[in-house]
Write a protein that binds this ligand. Structure first.
Ligand SMILES: *Cc1c(COP(=O)(O)O)cnc(C)c1O
Length: 402
């Protein structure tokens, strides 16, 4: 049976062109980039090419690009590295309640080490308030970390405006841009950021390779200690093949950004209109306009996200409930709770994320089948007292989007 993959926010298939670029570095150009003979020198030279491709994609200098083993590592490094470097100046960090767990759990770890963290709330569409941010900044604030675009509800935060406020106060600013790259323009100079995290597998590259952009001259402690790789900032023999893959994936992503954005946005809107128009008591989560071009996130009254996922899987559709990191646990998503959804409603969420290869026919198939699935699940599970539905949540959504 044909599969329709609508979970591009969890991971993407590796572009065949990217696979092509990797292969020689697993075979003939296998040398350790630190070795001085020909095999090593060739690998080192190639890595610098990939570094430049990433730098070009985000308008940085190639000397500001540091390869890591994942987006999660880049987030950990940015937060712990700045905290450790500046702990004599202050121990206060500001972030938001809707960050990826790589950021949230790094902050929680630092709290155990004596740091203080402010978790900014978000409004009902997932935006932080610039006023809240200004009010949270203190004399001992050393770091602000706010994600560029949310991986669950797709809301895009006002990073440029946040960067301006944070810069005026002389505080270090980090943004997790893992969901932004390849989906919206990312320009480190325009955004006023000091640190920015990226991951290859969200942009049609392989899993297990990330980047931390570190603005030139910014003091930061190392996270991984060992050899002198990455200009003595990140130890470990370079993952040459994956670095080359990330470089190529970033190049393809920026070359085709405009057309991909238009493609995803068209299908996303087709999906949103279809679902909200044909399914009663459905709600779109996240900002109606300031959202990732490929992201649609819904709640359906009276049913659990997991049941929808299983029914979709049976007919060949791959989607997600909350984020990949929380599926398997029965806790409602921290992001959906932060936008004010009652736990009972947050359980009914479905995230569908569109990619380069998604077609309008795919979306029609998904919408038509969802109508039936939701109806069937609702018929099967009569309303019970354990799942009271806050009708206002859905009335409001209907009011917004019809
Ligand atoms: C996927 C993701 C990460 C983690 O990246 P990995 O390379 O999978 O570790 C971090 N932040 C966001 C917003 C993500 O979507």
């Amino acid at each position: 049976m044909k599969r329709i993959y609508l979970d591009h926010a969890a991971t993407t298939p590796v572009d065949p062109e990217v696979v092509e670029v990797m292969i020689p570095y697993l075979t003939e150009t296998f040398g350790n980039p630190s070795s001085i003979y020909a095999e090593g020198r060739a690998a080192k030279k190639s890595i610098e090419k990939a570094r430049q491709q990433i730098a070009t994609a985000i308008n940085a200098d190639s000397r500001e690009i540091y390869f890591t083993a994942s987006g999660s590592e880049a987030d950990n490094w940015a937060i712990k590295g700045i905290a450790m470097k500046n702990k004599a100046k202050g121990k206060h960090i500001i972030t938001s309640q809707i960050e990826h767990h790589a950021v949230l759990h790094s902050c929680e770890y630092l709290e155990k080490q004596g740091f203080e963290v402010t978790y900014l709330p978000v409004d009902e569409v997932g935006l932080i308030s610039l006023e809240d941010l200004k009010n949270a900044i203190r004399d001992d604030t050393i770091l602000v970390s706010i994600m560029f675009a949310n991986n669950e509800i797709g809301t895009i935060e006002p990073i440029k405006e946040i960067g301006k406020i944070v810069k005026e106060k002389g505080i270090v600013f980090h943004t997790d841009a893992v969901q932004a790259l390849g989906n919206i323009p990312v320009d480190v100079k325009d955004l006023n950021v000091d640190l920015l995290s990226l991951s290859a597998h969200k942009i049609y590259g392989p899993k297990g390779i990330g980047v931390l952009y570190i603005k030139k001259g910014l003091p930061i402690d190392n996270l991984i200690h060992g050899g002198a790789q990455e200009r003595k900032k990140r130890a470990g023999t370079e993952n040459t093949a994956e670095i080359m893959a990330f470089g190529k994936a970033a190049e393809i992503a920026s070359e085709h950004l405009e057309e991909n954005m238009t493609h995803m946005k068209t299908l996303r809107d087709q999906l949103i209109e279809g679902v909200l128009g044909k399914i009663p008591l459905a709600r779109l989560n996240g900002h109606p306009e300031k959202r990732l071009p490929g992201n649609a996130n819904f709640c359906f009254a009276y049913i659990e996200g997991e049941s929808i996922l299983l029914s979709l899987d049976v007919i060949g559709i791959a989607g997600s409930s909350g984020s990949a990191c929380t599926s398997g646990s029965l806790d409602p998503s921290h992001v959906l709770l932060a936008i004010g959804l009652p736990a009972g409603v947050a359980h009914g969420s479905l995230r569908l994320t569109i990619g380069k290869s998604t077609t309008p026919e795919d979306i029609d198939y998904v919408v038509n089948n969802l109508v039936e699935i939701i109806q069937r699940l609702r018929d099967m599970s009569p309303i019970d007292a354990d799942h009271p539905i806050d009708a206002a949540v859905f009335d409001k959504a209907d009011h917004h989007h019809h």
